[in-house]
Design a protein around this ligand. Structure first.
Ligand code: ZN
Ligand code: ZN
Length: 131
C-alpha cells in the first residue's frame, strides 16, 4: 500500500460522505461523533447537515442554531453544543478527572426524524443555548 494521492484522498473522502448514513435510530451527536472519529472534521458542519438532510430535511434551522452558538464545525458540535453525560465519562487514572471515553457507547437511540441527541449526551454548558 503506497500513500494515497491527494486526488485519491479527496475521492475516498467524497465516497465516504455519500455512503455514510446514520444507523437505524442513531442520533445526530452519535452519528457526528462516529463520522469525525473515522473521517475527521473538514471545518464545516458536514456530518451534522448530512444527518439533517437524511433524517429530518425540514429541520432547516439546525445550522443557524449551531452557528448562533459559534458551533461552526462538527467537532464543535461534540464539544460545545453537546457533551457526553457523566455516566459515559471515564476517570483519568492520573488526574482523577472525568474525561470523555475514546469511544462512545453505542447510541441509546432516538426517534428516526429527531435531531436531538440521545441519552448519552447533554447540552454543552453554554449560555443561551436555544431550545
Ligand atoms: Zn472541527
Ligand atoms: Zn446517540
Amino acid at each position: 500500500m503506497g500513500e494515497m494521492s491527494v486526488a485519491d484522498a479527496v475521492e475516498h473522502y467524497l465516497a465516504a460522505v455519500v455512503e455514510r448514513e446514520p444507523q437505524e435510530r442513531e442520533c445526530l451527536a452519535c452519528f457526528v461523533d462516529r463520522m469525525v472519529a473515522e473521517f475527521g472534521c473538514d471545518s464545516t458542519l458536514l456530518w451534522a447537515t448530512r444527518f439533517r438532510d437524511l433524517r429530518s430535511p425540514t429541520a432547516t434551522a439546525l445550522e443557524q442554531r449551531f452557528l448562533a452558538m459559534a458551533v461552526r464545525c462538527d467537532c464543535m458540535v461534540l464539544q460545545k453544543a453537546y457533551q457526553p453525560v457523566r455516566e459515559v465519562m471515564v476517570r483519568d487514572v492520573h488526574t482523577d478527572d472525568l474525561e470523555r471515553p475514546d469511544r462512545m457507547p453505542p447510541c441509546a437511540g432516538v426517534r428516526r426524524t429527531n435531531t436531538r441527541p440521545c441519552a448519552h449526551w447533554e447540552r454543552g454548558r453554554m449560555a443561551g443555548y436555544p431550545d
